[in-house]
Design a protein around this ligand. Structure first.
Ligand code: DGT
Ligand code: CA
Ligand code: CA
Length: 573
């Protein structure tokens, strides 16, 4: 599909336009890029069927951008983009991946020091060359070095959400082979870890040759590291590696157990086996030379006197002790989720109208959707002011009347994602907050405050009686920036006292709270909400990733407020 290729180019064009400080246009390109990324139909097919006219029906596409899409489909190039690349021969994607480094800074660094890529950037920063540039200074130089360090730390790991759809596709392709008797994803993907080193598959088959031939001839392969009858290893064009192992049926369960990990879980489990006079490895559970069991995972855990913990729990964080005492939690599932309480609409520049978002939520079987647009402090996000919020309420009331008249119990709830200012106050006055069904608050500025100040800032927001939810409570962006400095114990204690709900943000690069903090929050008795923070109707599907992290954090349906029915939720608020 050309959709992703064109989207990527448009994002870069937006960066170049920002470099030249062109107004509004960058946003237009970003918007189309987002629409292309979420388009289900192939753009080439749309063009073949309906010509340029059909292309211009894609949201945000006008004559100008439409012509560029057609140019790419016809020639594989966009001259406008090529010209920019000639003018600024920099690796934009690489450089802007450094936290805090935007297109304008890239322009200045290229203009003065001829910096074109990450390597040159690091060299200049280490050499103290950046601090003396106008508009940069010592602090910026230090931040750049920290940003680079952070990138290196997470290098080579992939976001679960970025690779999961393709991993599922490989799984179903393997499953459809008639030679394949069993297939399972294992490793960190099966445990739904937020980032993935490599992908591991297990297969049972009597014709390993056929299966390996298939595995090593998939279309997206860029390298075959090894190909054998029991193990093959490949790299896909997205950059990640996939291992496939073939095991005999009698060892399938023990191999699945072993290769699911985690390593820490396995080490603990093996000790228990030894204490009971067994030997446990990927071939089975043995007493002396005699195999006791190995066919199923459940069989192995049972023989060791325990329940089989869901893969998401296998991090040696107490799950083995719970499994031994028959006390494993009954984890939340995607099917328990009855609505999404943090979504954006076109009122604040999102891609879809409230009605479009609501329809998408209904098609997921939800009972409600909370619209929570940004508020006025966030000017780049077209944040709403008090007057606009009141107007928005009217539209939502109108929609709900329609739903009611048609006999649907679905409701749109009115919220806002307000900003916690540096002193902990909220950028919308209480009088207006009071009129919302519930208000959300989040930190969207001044991320680098000292720990104590940042903790106080958030706690003050929680004390506002109208703020019911704190969005993405730690502010981390995976592979990009660390969480801000906060005292999580103090935050959890205050959340409990003020009955403030903490969000599990499902966006694949956020997953905030993370698994460890989710578990901690539950132990503190704090309630959670799993939200997508959708800026497009197709983002609603990210809910699954929030649910996986909640499972990794031992969450049960009872801990999460958007498992409530609409009635119960309204009473709750
Ligand atoms: P990743 O790939 O870094 O995201 O993480 P995993 O957990 O998928 O790790 P990987 O691919 O190296 O190995 C897959 C599983 O195999 C791992 O979760 C547990 C098991 N395993 C690997 N090495 C060892 C080991 O040295 N000892 C034990 N007990 N298990 C291991
Ligand atoms: Ca792995
Ligand atoms: Ca592996």
């Amino acid at each position: 599909m050309k959709n992703q290729e064109i989207a990527k180019i448009f994002y870069e064009i937006a960066d170049y336009l920002e470099m030249e400080e062109v107004q509004f246009k960058p946003y237009a390109y970003q918007k189309v890029a987002l629409a292309l990324e979420n388009l289900e139909e192939d753009i080439g097919e749309i063009y073949e069927k309906g010509g340029e006219k059909a292309i211009e029906e894609i949201p945000g596409v006008g004559k100008n951008i439409g012509a560029k899409i057609v140019e790419y489909l016809k020639t594989g190039k966009i001259k406008y983009y090529q010209d920019y690349k000639k003018k600024y021969p920099v690796n934009m994607e690489e450089l802007t991946s450094v936290e805090g480094l935007g297109p304008k800074m890239v322009r200045d660094l290229y203009g003065t020091l001829k910096i074109k890529n990450l390597k040159e950037l690091e060299k200049a920063a280490r050499g103290g060359k950046i601090r003396s540039l106008p508009n940069f200074g010592q602090k910026t130089e230090k931040n750049i070095l920290e940003g680079i360090k952070f990138l290196k730390r997470t290098e080579g790991r992939f976001l679960l959400g970025d690779i999961f759809p393709q991993v599922k596709k490989i799984e179903s392709d393997l499953r459809s082979l008639k030679e394949v008797e069993e297939v399972s994803i294992c490793g960190s993907v099966r445990r739904m870890k937020e980032t993935i080193g490599d992908v591991d598959f297990l297969v049972v088959t009597k014709s390993p040759e056929k299966v390996m031939d298939f595995f090593c001839s998939q279309p997206d392969i860029i390298k075959i590291w090894s190909k054998g009858l029991t193990k093959s290893s490949i790299r896909l064009k997205q950059g990640f590696d996939v291992d496939l192992r073939v095991v005999p049926q009698r060892s399938y369960g023990s191999a699945l157990q072993y290769f699911t990990g985690s390593k820490e879980h396995n080490i603990h489990l093996r000790k228990i086996a030894i204490n009971k006079g067994f030997k446990l490895n990927e071939y089975g559970l043995f007493r002396g030379l005699k195999i006791i069991t190995g066919r199923t995972e459940e069989g192995i855990y049972k023989a060791l006197g325990m329940n089989c913990p869901p893969p998401e729990l296998r991090e040696n964080r107490g799950e083995i002790e719970s499994a031994l005492r028959n006390k494993l939690p009954v984890l939340i599932q995607l099917a328990d989720i009855k609505g999404d309480l943090h979504c954006h609409s076109n009122w604040n520049g999102g891609s879809n109208s409230i009605l479009e978002m609501a329809k998408a939520a209904m098609s997921l079987g939800y009972e409600y959707l909370g619209i929570s647009d940004h508020t006025k402090f966030l000017r780049i996000e077209h944040g709403l002011n008090e007057r606009q919020l009141v107007q928005q309420r009217k539209e939502i009331d109108r929609l709900n009347k329609k739903f009611q008249a048609s006999g649907s119990k679905f409701r749109v709830l009115h919220s806002a994602e307000t900003n916690i200012l540096t002193d902990g106050s909220i950028d919308i006055e209480d009088k207006t907050l009071k009129k919302l069904d519930y208000a959300i608050a989040g930190v969207h500025s001044s991320f680098k405050m000292p720990k104590e100040k940042m903790t106080e800032r958030i706690i003050k927001a929680m004390k506002n009686p109208y703020i019911r939810i704190i969005s993405h409570p730690t502010g981390r962006i995976l592979k990009r920036r660390d969480e801000y400095q906060i005292d999580i114990d103090k935050i959890l204690k205050a959340a409990k006292e003020t009955k403030t709900i903490l969000e599990v943000n499902s966006f694949p690069e956020r997953l905030d709270l993370d698994d460890v903090n989710i578990k901690k929050a539950i132990e503190f008795g704090v309630k959670l909400v799993i939200n997508t923070d959708s800026h497009h109707k197709d983002h609603l599907k990210y809910m699954e990733y929030g649910v996986y992290q909640a499972r990794r954090g031992w969450a049960e349906p009872f801990d999460v407020i958007n498992t409530h029915s609409i009635k119960k939720l309204q009473d709750f608020f």
